[in-house]
Design a protein around this ligand. Structure first.
Ligand SMILES: *[C@@H]1O[C@H](CO)[C@@H](O)[C@H](O)[C@H]1NC(C)=O
Ligand SMILES: *[C@@H]1O[C@H](CO)[C@@H](O)[C@H](O)[C@H]1NC(C)=O
Ligand SMILES: *[C@@H]1O[C@H](CO)[C@@H](O)[C@H](O)[C@H]1NC(C)=O
Ligand SMILES: *[C@@H]1O[C@H](CO)[C@@H](O)[C@H](O)[C@H]1NC(C)=O
Length: 540
């Protein structure tokens, strides 16, 4: 090749790389945003914009308040080429955290498309997790399909949900963050090739409960068009006592306890590090408590989610909802050999049960506790070998029954695609001593949908589990596009409706059947009837 030819090649290379760079500069109504390229498991390009700020820093006087929208940033370029900070939480490095954490990430294959949008709300019991692309919500699998993926951060723990049940600190900040992020999607997603009229909200665990909250919140009306909840629904029987948790935190921090103004002034004056440090004292024996939840505040929620679903007072969009086969059945394994604790729980079941299984400690607590003990443990003392039977109470009380009720209540009004995830791959968050999965536990299904770092290994192209990645991501894409998960796939996933309940059992093969765990769900439906659990007693 001669000099001229070389120069031409050089110029061409420069031209191509410059235009590739330009392509990743997006002009939005707020300003310019710079992204970067990631790759899917099939080695397709993902145009990625991570850590886009959607709200002002919720710090200082803005702590314990609704978020405030971000203002346009003029001619500057917002650098979204890497993940942003995660919200304050325990168990991760301090360097990765900032209280200024209200941002979201957008992944797209085509900046000029009009593709369905999936907005993912991460789980973590409302005190853990983030939208981080490496550790939590990787676009690796979903972006091989024709969708735009958005994943968002919201405030966690006390910073997201602490409440005095008064104007000083009404709670729900984490949910208001999510609403603001959904508004951002409506306003700006078309700049990234997404269709703001075709938005699916999806979430796992507490992210799934959040999805059901948006289905009944007047603030979220019109911001989404389909809903996916995995292993979580606020139509559960949770008896919430946020004032108790607020006072526990305040007391640990030597703050005033009762007069809301004094409590909040003091709690605004402690560092987030201290708030995280003391939260460990709320946790009972390493079980994650569900202390941070919603408030019926007359703004985000006008009534409990259960009441609103029961009245048919919710945004009528198609729902995909389900559970894993074994959810929290191995939850108790941490305490497997703690014979003293097992003995004490056996002897004082009614003192432990309301907090562990989140029901009202002041309502027929002896009777309810006795019935639970009888149903799951046959009134025997809890021995080591009973830990699965004991853990099943967590599965049902904390997760399964809420999802079951969602299906029961919502199917009268909308199509509900109900599933149970039964497939046991090589990896699980719940392994035995040899590293073999014990079963299909809570969050094990996520490894087939998101690229996360939680599992021993990420599933790759030639792994035997890859068929499941392809199957579920196709279901999600079809659902986001059509409101039907199995369009043209040869699988007959019937929607549960007024007259029938159908469940897809998603194993190596897919089969259609009736309700999962009908005896266990019937037990809880009778123990804590919907009417009773829907009452939010206050003040405390
Ligand atoms: C708490 O208040 C004191 C006195 O007003 C102030 O010096 C300090 O910086 C505050 N701390 C935080 C974390 O805001
Ligand atoms: C409980 O004890 C058994 C038998 O010694 C052991 O195999 C198992 O790993 C222990 N479990 C835990 C959680 O320590
Ligand atoms: C508990 O688990 C065992 C198997 O480990 C089972 O045989 C038993 O029926 C279960 N239920 C009760 C109520 O004990
Ligand atoms: C419910 O779904 C089944 C199966 O698709 C159908 O046969 C039945 O007519 C539906 N019922 C109503 C009320 O739509």
């Amino acid at each position: 090749m001669d000099q001229f030819g070389l120069k031409l090649v050089f110029l061409l290379v420069v031209f191509i790389s410059v235009s590739a760079q330009n392509e990743l500069l997006v002009q939005t109504k707020l300003g310019k945003i710079k992204g970067s390229i990631l790759r899917t498991v099939n080695d397709n390009e993902i145009k990625s914009f991570r850590g886009i700020r959607y709200a002002q820093a919720p710090v200082g006087d803005k702590r314990f308040k609704a978020p405030i929208k971000v203002s346009p940033w003029g001619e500057k370029v917002f650098d979204a080429s890497k993940d942003g900070f995660q919200c304050p939480q325990p168990f991760i490095a301090k360097e990765l955290i900032s209280e200024d954490c209200l941002h979201l990430s957008v992944y797209t294959k085509n900046l000029h498309g009009n593709l369905p949008v999936i907005v993912y709300i991460h789980g973590g019991a409302n005190y853990l997790g983030s939208s981080n692309s490496e550790s939590n919500v990787g676009p690796d699998y979903l972006l091989d399909h024709d969708i735009v993926l958005v994943s968002l951060n919201y405030r966690l723990g006390a910073l997201g949900f602490l409440s005095t049940k008064t104007a000083e600190a009404p709670g729900n900040y984490g949910f208001l963050d999510q609403v603001m992020a959904l508004q951002w999607v409506e306003d700006h997603i078309s700049s990234f090739g997404g269709n703001p009229r075709l938005v699916t909200i999806a979430g796992h665990s507490s992210g799934g409960t959040a999805v059901t909250l948006h289905m009944v919140s007047p603030l979220s009306k019109g911001l989404f068009h389909r809903a996916i909840t995995m292993s979580g629904s606020y139509t559960n029987h949770y008896h919430l006592n946020s004032l108790m948790w607020t006072r526990k935190i305040a007391s640990e921090l030597a703050c005033p306890l009762y007069n809301p103004k004094d409590v909040i002034n003091c709690l605004r004056n402690v560092t987030w590090e201290r708030l995280i440090q003391v939260r460990g004292t709320l946790e009972l024996y390493g079980f994650s408590d569900q202390e941070w939840n919603y408030e019926v505040d007359g703004h985000v929620l006008l009534d409990t989610p259960t009441n609103l679903f029961a009245k048919g007072d919710f945004h009528k969009v198609p729902i995909m909802a389900g559970i894993t086969k074994d959810e929290l059945n191995y939850f108790f394994s941490k305490q497997e050999n703690n014979t003293g604790l097992l003995n004490d729980i056996s002897l004082n079941f009614d003192k432990y049960a309301p907090q562990l299984f989140i029901f009202d400690p002041n309502d027929r607590v002896h009777e309810k506790s006795r019935r639970i003990q009888q149903f799951y443990l046959g009134n025997k003392k809890i021995q080591n070998q009973d830990f699965i039977n004991f853990s099943k109470i967590f599965s049902d009380a904390i997760i399964n029954n809420g999802v079951h009720r969602l299906v029961e209540l919502a199917r009268k009004y909308v199509d509900v695609f109900y599933y149970r995830f039964d497939y046991l791959g090589r990896y699980s968050l719940f392994s035995n001593e040899e590293g073999k999965p014990r079963g299909v536990g809570h969050a094990d299904d996520l490894q087939y949908i998101l690229g996360t770092k939680w599992f021993e290994k990420k599933i790759e192209l030639h792994d035997p589990e890859m068929f499941m990645v392809e199957r579920i991501t196709k279901w999600w894409t079809s659902f986001a596009q059509n409101g039907i998960p199995c369009k043209n796939s040869g699988i007959n996933w019937l929607a549960s409706n007024k007259t029938n309940i159908y469940t897809i059992y998603n194993n190596k093969d897919v089969s259609l059947g009736g309700k999962p765990f009908s005896d266990r769900n019937r037990f809880w439906d009778e123990l804590i009837p919907i009417k009773e659990s829907a009452i939010q007693k206050q003040p405390y």
